[in-house]
Design a protein around this ligand. Structure first.
Ligand code: ATP
Length: 289
């Protein structure tokens, strides 16, 4: 992570969201400067929010000048990532992790401040998004891949490999609606881990598959992360974070509370037992290399 100066008005005016353009590795970057995201809640049944209200979980609730309730989901986020950065996000429920991922994916614009993303972004928030229950597994492989920024031709070339990985055999000819939850996750993981993104934005949502398959999926997930330029990954699993990321950000009430190595940040956020777990995973990975 390196700092880059605040963008000049000219740079910001260009918009500079080149997420569908393939850029040289050195140019793949994510920058935010004091970025804030607020959600106005017009139908909130509130007593008046004269003061900002703070719970342990969730963003800060306040009110706009006109009295509309407002959740401050992100505040003053200054983040500068370049090719090779693999960053994990930790924090309580409602801390702002998903909102930050959506900001970096271009789904949300900052309410204040600026955000600039250079590179092709693959946002993987929900494994099931972009899947059609009425078409076959094979057809879904192509559609889901296109949804993640790949071309039809690229996906057709990957179909055999994905089919083999999923171990779904003849089921791939059947409509997706006939699949169990675990079968759907296998298919979705097969597609997601086959793509070639420059910036991979990953929200944890993986779980419904058996342990053997998850072991196999992790190897593919690690390979995916290695060929992506930048990874930003929100997770409540310290094991996953240790396996995929080399740095972490602790997000708390919409702000970056701490930034550092995984062990250091997880230790500060969750305590020494969690830090020891990270150390164990790192040692195991080193032994396996
Ligand atoms: N669409 C929305 N409208 C209103 N408020 C929202 C919206 N999305 C998120 N928020 C609020 O923004 C804050 C941050 O939410 P976010 O989903 O980013 O948290 P998170 O860290 O990803 O939480 P979790 O670990 O539970 O997934 C919360 O207070 C949440 O209530």
């Amino acid at each position: 992570m390196t700092n880059e100066n605040q963008p000049t008005p000219e740079k910001t005016a260009l918009g500079a969201r080149d997420k569908n353009r393939i850029v040289a590795a050195d140019d793949v970057r994510v920058d935010t400067w004091d970025a804030c995201v607020d959600f106005p809640i017009f139908d909130a049944k509130t007593r008046s929010f004269k003061k900002s209200v703070l719970g342990r979980a969730g963003g800060v609730i306040g009110a706009s000048d006109s009295g509309v309730a407002m959740v401050e989901a992100l505040r003053n986020i200054d983040l500068h990532l370049e090719h090779g950065d693999r960053v994990g996000l930790v924090g309580h429920n409602g801390a702002g992790k998903s909102t930050l991922l959506r900001l970096l994916s271009g789904i949300y614009e900052p309410t204040r401040g600026a955000c600039r993303v250079r590179g092709r972004v693959a946002p993987v928030f929900d494994l099931g998004v972009g899947m059609d229950p009425e078409i076959s597994g094979f057809e879904n492989i192509v559609i889901r891949g296109m949804f993640l920024g790949m071309s039809r031709k690229e996906m057709l070339a990957k179909t055999d490999d994905i089919a083999e990985f999923t171990e779904l055999g003849a089921h791939l000819e059947m409509p997706l609606r006939t699949y169990s939850t675990g079968m759907r996750v296998r298919l979705a993981l097969g597609v997601v881990t086959s793509i070639d993104p420059e910036i991979l934005i990953l929200d944890e949502g993986i779980g419904a598959v058996d342990a053997d398959f998850m072991r196999k999926a992790r190897i593919r997930l690690q390979a995916l992360v290695e060929r992506s330029g930048i990874l930003v990954f929100a997770s409540h699993s310290n094991e996953f974070l240790a396996q995929l990321c080399d740095r972490a950000l602790w997000i708390d009430k919409g702000e970056i509370k701490m930034e550092g190595g995984i062990e250091e940040v997880v230790g500060a956020y969750e305590g020494p037992d969690a830090a020891a777990q990270v150390r164990k995973v790192l040692a195991r990975m080193e032994a396996e290399e």
